[in-house]
Design a protein around this ligand. Structure first.
Ligand SMILES: *[C@@H]1O[C@H](CO)[C@@H](O)[C@H](O)[C@H]1NC(C)=O
Ligand SMILES: *[C@@H]1O[C@H](CO)[C@@H](O)[C@H](O)[C@H]1NC(C)=O
Ligand SMILES: *[C@@H]1O[C@H](CO)[C@@H](O)[C@H](O)[C@H]1NC(C)=O
Ligand SMILES: *[C@@H]1O[C@H](CO)[C@@H](O)[C@H](O)[C@H]1NC(C)=O
Ligand SMILES: *[C@@H]1O[C@H](CO)[C@@H](O)[C@H](O)[C@H]1NC(C)=O
Ligand SMILES: *[C@@H]1O[C@H](CO)[C@@H](O)[C@H](O)[C@H]1NC(C)=O
Ligand SMILES: *[C@@H]1O[C@H](CO)[C@@H](O)[C@H](O)[C@H]1NC(C)=O
Length: 542
């Protein structure tokens, strides 16, 4: 039956219209009944986030970028500082937050923000007409978009693949002579990564993570569950190190240089997902006896290449760090600790604080997050869901940049104040069911692709990520501030000084009512604005 939306009709339409692409800057909203809106992008219309429409900056003028549950997306305003003398003559409204910026308190240096080039993400991206495929990557990596500057690349298949696979399924090929990248790498991931590198104005720091070895190397003879056969020091541990380095070399030969890698995704997993089930001890010995020597032998020395451990939920940070870093050779090579957000609401984030204080010379990176993963209580995709955007903002501020003012409304999060340096999202794009996922582990993503209709949807999570990634460039330094407030409920904020000497202050108002915000900077005086109910603002000034 011919339908107006049949894909051949759409493709024909698209072919005709590719050359007519008009960059319409405003969001085209669509309400799917999940509390807020998505912005729709198709071949003729897509909103952009170009900074040239954000006039910065007379010295004492503050540019305000605002997104709200009620539907504003990167809405621009400005306000001027008033001299402190005026402050005494005014009174606060009932609900207020009063923030004093302290430029003298310098904290951690930022590395960046990014997302993951999974098989599923890049298959979804490529299912769009070429102009839109490029547009989606630009939305994340270019100056028209979020200006992401990091990316995570799986080594082989993950739960976000269409099949269970690894790069060498030839039992007994101990020298890995038949190792080969997959069609997923060559057709989907690599072209997407290259396009991101092309449109990004900063170097994109890419890091790889493995999920599972080929079946024949594992005790389960299965991609899911099981562990490497034998023991560290044995044949299969050696081959697994060779395999990982072959991946880096294969990407290098295609001109993709990895900034680093993790020692393996979620190492303790031993169940339905692609996994390896390493213990802290087997990981330490694998790194010491096999992976690090192999990396060094191939020129991936610690000064040039960042190896990170943990790469799983925060309760595993100390058990892994204490054992793995107890070996001085391993400790001196490993650059950092990567962790995932899934249990940040359950376990005390104090462990992140503790670890960052104990291992001061290590990098701390949040390397995976997604909404809609808890099947028991939530649906996978929830188009236009503002609560999920708030959860992202909350996690970024709290985990990374860490000032938590009051925790009544979100009391299952824990207070912390420590310094991670990057926040990397999971799938860059998924389909309308939150897949594909060969084990049906569907979840949500900031961009949802509807290939059949030749369009994609930018969720509130997308814009909330941009409130950070676009205004806090690499090498920004977190600065201090002090807060007074009247309200029991919280507002959640973080402040950075950028390499251009701008201050970027991000404030989330998770309350269902407006709150007055007063910001003081000794250099200029103060300004005051209304934070709308359920909103996020970035304030930028010199
Ligand atoms: C939005 O997502 C949250 C978290 O998954 C969920 O609890 C809530 O019900 C969703 N909101 C709507 C309107 O579906
Ligand atoms: C794209 O979206 C706009 C606004 O909804 C609509 O007017 C236009 O027809 C759409 N283009 C295509 C090719 O569907
Ligand atoms: C501030 O906003 C007003 C309009 O609201 C605009 O006319 C003015 O150019 C803006 N000033 C700056 C410095 O961006
Ligand atoms: C692996 O390579 C070594 C050295 O080149 C060789 O001696 C050995 O036979 C090879 N093993 C297999 C299984 O191909
Ligand atoms: C890699 O880059 C080199 C030098 O720029 C170029 O000669 C070569 O063709 C590129 N290879 C691939 C696979 O892109
Ligand atoms: C660290 O190494 C020391 C000396 O080898 C050993 O006594 C200690 O138990 C180790 N600690 C951990 C957490 O592995
Ligand atoms: C995934 O879901 C499909 C459709 O419901 C089903 O046919 C398939 O068996 C499921 N696969 C797994 C691995 O659960």
């Amino acid at each position: 039956m011919f339908s107006l939306y049949s894909s051949s009709y759409i493709k024909l339409l698209i072919l005709i219209q590719v050359i007519l692409i008009v960059v319409s800057r405003e969001c085209i909203p669509r309400d799917f009944g999940k509390g807020s809106i998505v912005c729709v992008c198709n071949v003729t219309h897509c909103d952009d986030l170009k900074l040239d429409r954000m006039k910065t900056n007379e010295a004492d003028t503050v540019t305000i970028v605002e997104s709200t549950k009620s539907g504003k997306r990167f809405y621009l305003k400005n306000v001027s500082f008033k001299s402190a003398a005026h402050f005494k003559q005014r009174t606060h409204s009932q609900n207020y937050i009063d923030v004093t910026i302290d430029r003298t308190k310098k904290k951690q240096t930022l590395i960046g923000f990014g997302g993951s080039f999974t098989d599923s993400a890049t298959i979804n991206i490529k299912s769009l007409p070429q102009a839109l495929e490029q547009r989606l990557i630009e939305d994340y990596y270019s100056e028209n978009g979020l200006e992401y500057n990091m990316g995570r690349i799986p080594i082989g298949g993950t739960d976000f693949s269409t099949r269970a696979y690894a790069y060498n399924e030839f039992d007994g090929d101990y020298n890995l002579t038949r190792f080969a990248l997959s069609n997923e790498d060559l057709e989907f991931k690599i072209p997407a990564v290259k396009y991101a590198e092309k449109v990004s104005k900063q170097p994109v720091l890419l890091f790889a993570s493995s999920w599972s070895a080929p079946k024949w190397m594992k005790t389960s003879r299965n991609i899911c569950g099981g562990t490497l056969r034998g023991k560290p020091g044995g044949r299969f541990y050696k081959i697994w190190a060779d395999y990982n380095v072959k991946f880096l070399e294969a990407y290098r030969s295609l001109n993709i240089t990895l900034w680093g890698m993790t020692a393996g995704n979620e190492p303790t997993q031993d169940y339905y997902i692609n996994s390896m089930n390493f213990s802290p001890e087997t990981q330490r010995d694998f790194l010491k006896l096999h992976l690090i020597p192999k990396l060094e032998q191939h020129g991936y020395t610690a000064d040039k290449f960042k190896l990170m451990i943990v790469d799983t939920n925060i309760q595993h940070i100390m058990p892994f760090a204490e054992v793995v870093f107890n070996d001085s050779y391993v400790e001196s090579y490993v650059s950092g600790i990567a962790f995932h957000w899934y249990f940040n609401r359950i376990f005390s984030l104090n462990v992140v604080t503790e670890a960052s204080e104990k291992y001061r010379d290590k990098l701390f990176l949040s390397t995976e997050a997604c909404a809609g993963w808890n099947k028991e209580i939530e649906e996978a995709v929830s188009l236009g869901n503002w609560t999920r955007a708030e959860a992202y903002a909350f996690d970024i501020i709290q985990v990374q940049f860490a000032i938590q003012i009051d925790l009544i409304a979100l009391s299952n999060f824990k207070v912390l104040n420590h310094g991670a340096q990057a926040w990397v999202d999971w799938n860059l794009a998924l389909d309308i069911d939150g897949g594909p996922s060969w084990i049906n582990n569907t979840v949500d993503a900031p961009i949802i692709v509807n290939a059949e209709h030749g369009e994609y949807y930018k969720n509130p999570m997308f814009y909330v990520l941009g409130h950070f990634s676009k205004f806090i460039p690499r090498s920004s330094v977190r600065i201090g501030f002090e807060v007074q407030k009247s309200i029991l409920n919280n507002a959640i904020l973080t402040a950075f000084e950028t390499p251009q000497n701008n201050i970027a202050l991000v404030v989330l108002n998770p309350n269902e009512f407006d709150v007055e915000l007063v910001v003081r900077d000794a250099k200029y005086g103060f300004f005051s604005v209304e934070l709308l109910a359920n909103s996020i603002q970035t304030f930028i000034w010199k």
